[in-house]
Design a protein around this ligand. Structure first.
Ligand code: IMP
Length: 430
């Protein structure tokens, strides 16, 4: 049986929600392995809209096990709210259908506050974070001062963990001109929320390994995109977790050998939310048109996304770092009606042609895109369900993308509707 990892292969917002939902129907277990409630997935099922940011997409489908792995940072108050919201839409969530890793670190209110205060400081370059405390929570994880899910079960441990975190945070807050943390209030809040989290706490690594041995199909659902990866992204304008496919193993406790297929989600053009380099960005009417046609506004923050042509250099790079076996190409229909399309096929840096994005920030800033032009198509590709429904120019565009990124198209998505999908290779096939 195959286990599939889904990762965003650009800067997030590639349309993972629909693809993950499409795949989750065929999976037994759906696991999140990084990020937190900074993600935003919109699922449309039988006309009903479900908005998820922390829970795995499988949660809205009956009969599946949804898992939040140790690689995720978990805001317990947000968890409660998201569960209650879904329940009010008729979704059943029980400890049998949702399991949360006991070793997942918590996002505390002080993390969100710190995130927002830092972003508001004019003296340092803004990252453009979602302000949800993701970065500070991961800092505490590697700083060995997190409160983790299991700590909520024992009051003495909880106090120890909070005190350890506050030694650091109070010193930091003093430097930022913030009041010290109200320790007793924080402890009281944690004690009050504890049962809502502990109900779902489980040794996730064990459960997943048992499920794998029993021949169940596991879908690992990535959030954000590989260009926001803490190691391989456009640092420091990145999120604070590893986003690439290897994280599916460390973020859940399953061996890397258990991953059979990596599906990279790729939008037919490029978008980015927040600050940071974006070589193929457009500041003209074409960019405006991509944003409008593609409804490019953030699900979590409502921010307008920056838009640009397809950057084959970056996607080739992310397909390599995630070991992508096939891509799902989304939102091809947004390109309908452009007379000419451009694809970024390289960069020019100080007179030299590069086939990858260099790491050094000053070099990234000086890279100018080298574009290849292709004829567009006037017909609509929206809702196409087979290659025969696509204009010849659209097929040529897709084939050129495959060639340039060194990776085949496994799925083609032509509208937000789940049926509007062209399947080339089934990621779950044995
Ligand atoms: P953080 O994850 O809130 O720390 O934000 C860091 C960067 O990642 C910012 O540029 C955010 O806009 C970006 N980011 C975080 N989550 C998402 C997402 O789900 N989609 C797109 N960008 C995201």
């Amino acid at each position: 049986m195959a286990n599939v990892v889904v990762v965003g292969a650009q800067w997030g917002d590639e349309g993972k929600g629909k693809i993950v939902d499409w795949l989750s129907e065929r999976a037994d277990v759906i696991a999140r392995f990084q990020g937190g409630h900074n993600a935003g997935h919109t699922l449309v099922i039988d006309g009903e809209v479900f908005k998820l940011s922390l829970l795995p997409s499988g949660i809205v489908r009956g009969g599946k096990l949804s898992v939040i792995g140790n690689g995720v940072v978990l805001d317990p108050w947000h968890l409660k709210k998201e569960i209650e919201g879904l329940r009010s839409q008729g979704v059943t969530i029980t400890p049998e259908t949702l399991m949360i890793a006991e070793n997942a670190p918590l996002i505390l209110p002080i993390h969100g506050e710190l995130d927002r205060v830092r972003e508001a400081q004019a003296s340092v370059a803004k990252i453009g974070t979602t302000g949800r405390g993701i970065g500070p929570a991961y800092e505490d994880k590697v700083g060995r001062r997190s409160v983790r899910v299991a700590d909520l079960a024992d009051d003495a441990t909880l106090e120890l963990r909070v005190d350890r975190a506050l030694v650091h945070h109070d010193a930091l807050r003093r430097g930022l001109g913030l009041e010290p943390v109200d320790r007793d209030a924080l402890l009281a809040d944690l004690r009050a929320i504890a049962p809502s989290v502990l109900e779902y706490a489980a040794p996730v690594w064990k459960v997943l390994n048992e499920q794998r041995r029993a021949g169940k199909r596991i879908l690992f659902e990535g959030a954000q995109g590989a260009l926001l990866d803490i190691d391989f992204g456009t640092y420091p304008f990145v999120t604070s977790s590893n986003v690439i496919a290897g994280q599916a193993a460390t973020g859940t406790g399953i061996g890397p050998g258990s991953i059979d297929f990596v599906l990279g989600i790729v939008k037919a053009y490029t978008t980015r939310v927040g600050e940071g380099p974006f070589p193929a960005e457009l500041h003209d009417d074409d960019g405006q048109r991509l944003g409008e046609r593609g409804h490019e506004f953030g699900t979590v923050t409502g921010r307008k996304r920056r838009c640009g042509w397809f950057d084959a250099v970056l996607v080739r790079q992310t397909c390599a770092t995630s070991g992508v076996n096939g891509i799902a190409l989304t939102k091809l229909d947004v390109l309908d009606g452009f007379e000419t399309l451009k694809i970024c096929v390289g960069y020019e840096l100080d007179g030299t042609r590069l086939d990858y994005l260099p790491i050094a920030a000053d070099q990234q800033a000086r890279c100018t895109p080298v574009f290849e032009e292709m004829p567009g198509w006037s017909q609509s590709t929206e809702g196409a369900r087979s290659w025969a429904d696509l204009p010849a120019e659209a097929i040529k565009y897709v084939r050129r993308v495959e060639e340039l990124i060194d990776c085949p198209v496994a799925l083609l998505s032509t509208s937000p509707e789940r049926e509007d999908t062209i399947l080339v290779t089934d990621p779950f096939a044995d």
